[in-house]
Design a protein. Sequence first.
Length: 762
Amino acid sequence: MTISTINVATLKKVKNSVIGNPSAKLTLAQDELFIATLVNCLNDLSLDEGASGSQDSIRIEAAQVISSLSYGSPDALQSLLCANAPQAFLYAISRLTSSEPPALKFAFARALRALAAATAEHVGPSQWGLKDDIGPVHEEAKAALDYFFQQDPLDVYLPLLADPSPQTSTAIAQLLGSALRAPGHRAAVAAWMPPSERNKTPRRGWEKGDVGQGGWVARQLTGLARSKDVKVQEAALWALAALAKDNHDVAVVLSKPSVDSRTGTESPSALSLALTLCKSRTTPVQLAGALCATYILRAQTAIPHGLHAHLHHPHAGLNHTGPSPGLDMASALTVVHVMNRLIASSVETPQARAQACFVLQHLVMDEKELCQTAFESGSLTKLSDLVKSITSVPAATSASSPDPKSPLPVWDEDEALSTCRLREAALTAIAVLASANDDIRRDLTDAQRLIPPVRALLAHPHPGTRYAAAQCVRALSRSVAVARTSLVDSGLGAALFGVFLKEGEDRRVTYAALAAVCNLINEYSPLRQPFLEQGLMKRLVVLLKSEYDELRLNALWAVKNLVYRCASETKRAVIKEVGWKELGRLMEDPDPGVQEQAIFIVRNFADSEDDVELVFRELGTGLLDMLERALESKNGDVVLQAAYALSNLANGNSTHQAQILAHPQILTALRSCLVDAPMDVRHAAVSCVLELAMTSDWKHQELRDAGLDSTLRHICEYAGPASPGAAAGVGPGTMGVERDVKDKARKALDWIEHGGDMMTTG
């Protein structure tokens, strides 16, 4: 496409040609001269005002063309970013005067929203399920997204939230709702104040706190949410949801009623407003209100500055049995009921039902009590019915007890993408619910009979569907009974393993399958040996060299599970495949997560004197140096595993114990772990010291020289927790560990002080 003249007519023609046409967008994006000219139009005040159209009309059409180009083609977006389109729009907005038409400001705000949303979708994370895997993210896109949330750009577009034109303010709210995805960006928006307010000294201390916790932006968005216009309501609620997600301080502010500083009138909180609007007659407003309420409810009960990372740990468990302190169960139940109705409604669009599934997932994630509440409210039944209603499973695989050797079905490649995404959303929500407890998992296998469709969907052409199906298998595999029976008898475990072995599979699907495999190779699983015989280690060794950290980490997790409580010859064969030299390298990997798992492997391997001997022989003189550095790590998980690994190594023969005792830095590091570390680390450290103390009397001097006797004495005599550093935050769950720490400290001290006498008196 060659564009020789820029005028309203040609721009309209270009706009019509690229709408919904990715190939046309790509062709146009390759015309660097046209893209540069198009962007320059935004601030070129010398444009002709003849019959071809006014200056403002040309600028509006140029903005609309850029909006169209932003979506659907990464290459077109890349061209716009390279031409500095975001900067051009921000400069143009900053120069607008009151005499210029509102339509121009709206066109610029709308195009800025399109650029920000497209950039955020390219960079990720995705807001609704798996996004298309388009390969490496361009560095320009990452830099552009960061630029949108720097102070100077914020100073240009955030004031438009208060613009008298609802179209313009709505566009900026939509920008926040679609582009605000990273914690740092949320913090920047939450802390923003209009330049005129920054230098004011607050009269009362709480005023400054509220402003710093999303005050101005939250107030404007809450005000927009009170509009009678459903489009404005929807945009404001999405933006409030984006601002509150994983943001404790903002969520607390949004859950409190607001007070007008001039009249003293109290208005309902943003949370109350969101809960009211999630019962709106308009489905998009219901969804936006439900997500807004969800993120406020979950974030306000989270510990500040200790919130969930985007990439949820693949093996994190739901360890607590009750709701988080302060969790508003009544409000959460309101959201559950509304989402259940949307999920079960056949008249709603697939997109709306999919979003309802994801909202439910975000609400109950990692909360056993909420999962149980949703289960008792019928969520699992509605989700399962939805999956089965849109999934036609061949007869051979749809029986309640299908032949585990029956081939997986061949799926229709032409299935509507909206149906694929709806199924993905429902399966993802099912996986989250099933992660909570065995009752839900049993209902899923026995009452809902969902194993046949899940098995069949592991072969679906849509990667998001395969990913979600693998997550369901992972959730089911958390149950020992299910893993040993249903997953074996139905062939679901074997089908999942086939997905894991598949080369060229979408890396995210491989990641989910690997997370499930980690559960299926535990010591209780009958699938451990068959998987080993069918190429498990060969595949894991490949993944250990992956460029993707999450795959390397999960592969190590699998190796760790394989060497736990298994025959010595099996675990030796496993580590031989990995390579002892490679294991030593991984113990000092720059990624703390990789370090932790590599050291954990050593811990699990060294559970007998012969295996301890092999560890010392294969890892050589550098072994203790590596563990010393790990004990001094700033990462608590690395320290914990190093202490436990050292404790197991101290169970070796006298030669190995002497090597440990002759390493003064290790003893110093152990003492530090006893003085100022979390309870679980102190437990591991005192276990190690006890093993060392039970060696020959003539080695006790090394323990005294390191000051371990005085530290142990202090632990025994201290009236509070096992260490003064643990005085804060010790709950009932740690009391048993605390007592064990004191008991072991007392025994270790007795051995150091009385030596061989312990053998005759004990």
